[in-house]
Design a protein. Sequence first.
Length: 94
Amino acid sequence: MVSDAHHLARLTTVLLIDDDEGDRRYWSGALRSSPFHYSVLEADAGEAGLNVYRRQAVNSVILDLDMAQSGFLSLVRLVPNRKSPQIPVVILTR
């Protein structure tokens, strides 16, 4: 069962959208170095994140609630769509 979980996680691509470079680096490193070795795509702003989301196959999205220039609520509404209506969206804040 564990090997199945490891195999699935290796196929999991997480889109991390956070305007704070230090936070983005921390979460990206934590996800990549976890036992599951997630693939992580990064964006430093909401619009950049949406562009990545539209071009790449993404299994989940992590958003920073406190992004200054993002239009945060717009992102939360736009991410789940016909392309992937059940995509998990995790919201981070400090």
